[in-house]
Write a protein that binds this ligand. Structure first.
Ligand SMILES: Cc1cc2nc3c(=O)[nH]c(=O)nc-3n(C[C@H](O)[C@H](O)[C@H](O)COP(=O)(O)O)c2cc1C
Length: 342
């Protein structure tokens, strides 16, 4: 049988499927269910700095997204738990005692001192690794983008130096120059990058003329953005890479591994399919069967096989355009453009 074991951030995982940070990864009962269903590792729901927590609590009370009652139930049930670091740290320590799979904590802060202080507390509480949920909207109209990035880098560097556990950074896709920023994160001591985060979206109720907030659930159509950047960064970085966004079945997980990801995260799929055991075992079975069909003994036999290999020939991920290919061939009407591959 094909070996689907892997490493991520220096941790040993029995398979490359990781539950992404969300409200389903906050409480021990749902995390134990994910472990029982066969998940390789779990990223805990992010711990937000108090100011953000207060804002998020207010927003969540406004939630009015009726189509996904299951998710909303979790979000509302979540409110009392947003009480600050102690509640999070106690929960983390308690969960850590009950699960065998790696537990990756996640936090999002505003002030550098808080990032460092939370990171150290998270380490003490027993997390196996820490994911920095790096999101802050730069609102100063006079601040240069290089300065915004330098500030984030300085924070990440300080956090990475202040803990012994491996540190990953979860990025958004909205950087002007992602490659140099990702490279600088690696130089700052980051062991893994998660591509990408998606944020709670603001929508408008035109009847009440009010804002409301809803989680941005994906479909597999969201995957190509992550594939492109993973493929390009895989050639440039030594850090581990995790694809987050659009993994709903074994097919998306295989694609992520083919472009060089160490692991694939799932989140929306967990909300959309409540039978986590069937979902997770189905994804892993698809991966195993596909590997056996292709005679791949382990993930290393094909990981990164379709990463970007030539940044200049116009055939790769970095030069995808609705235009003629280099050899003059038009993109056919059915949109299926065969490319070199396996
Ligand atoms: C309800 C919900 C809550 C989330 N909470 C967090 C969070 O606390 N921290 C974080 O880094 N990402 C959070 N995310 C983003 C997910 O971890 C994930 O990156 C995103 O949903 C894309 O993956 P998917 O296509 O598998 O859903 C959340 C997503 C959803 C839908």
């Amino acid at each position: 049988m094909a070996d689907i074991g892997t490493t991520y951030l220096g941790l040993k995982l029995k398979n490359p499927l990781v539950a992404a940070s969300c409200t389903l990864t906050e409480h021990d009962d749902s995390i134990l269910k994910l472990e029982d269903a066969g998940i390789g590792a779990v990223v805990l729901r992010s711990m937000f700095e108090e100011e953000i927590t207060a804002g998020v609590s207010g927003m969540y009370s406004e939630l009015a997204y009726t189509e996904t009652a299951f998710a909303m139930e979790y979000l509302r049930a979540d409110l009392p738990a947003l009480l600050g670091p102690e509640a999070y740290l106690n929960r983390l320590a308690a969960i850590k005692k009950r699960v065998r799979i790696p537990l990756i904590a996640s936090c999002n802060c505003l002030k550098k001192t808080q990032w460092v202080s939370y990171a150290q507390k998270i380490e003490q509480a027993g997390a196996d690794a820490l994911e920095l949920n790096l999101y802050r909207m730069p609102l100063d109209a006079t601040e240069k983008s290089a300065n915004v990035e330098e500030r984030d880098l300085d924070t990440v560097r300080t956090v990475a130096e202040s803990v012994k556990i491996p540190v990953a950074v979860k990025l958004s896709p909205y950087y002007t120059a992602l490659i140099p920023f990702a490279f600088a994160l690696q130089q700052a001591g980051v062991k893994g990058l998660v591509l990408f985060n998606r944020f709670l979206q603001t929508d408008i109720d035109i009847d009440r003329q009010r804002f409301f907030y809803r989680p941005d659930f994906t479909t597999p159509d969201a995957l190509p953005l992550q594939l492109r950047w993973t493929a390009v960064l895989r050639n440039i970085l030594r850090t581990d890479l995790a694809v987050s966004g659009g993994i709903h079945s074994g097919r998306e997980l295989i694609k992520s591994l083919l472009v060089g990801a160490n692991v694939g995260y799932i989140c929306s799929a967990l909300y959309q399919n409540q039978d986590h055991k069937a979902l997770i075992s189905g994804i892993l079975a698809t991966l195993t069967e596909w590997m056996e069909t292709k005679a791949y003994a382990d993930l290393g036999a094909f990981r990164g096989k379709l990463r970007e290999t030539d940044l200049t020939d116009g055939e790769g991920f970095e030069r995808n355009q609705y235009t003629k290919r280099g050899n003059g061939e038009e993109i056919p009407g059915d949109g299926y453009l065969p490319r070199q591959g396996i």
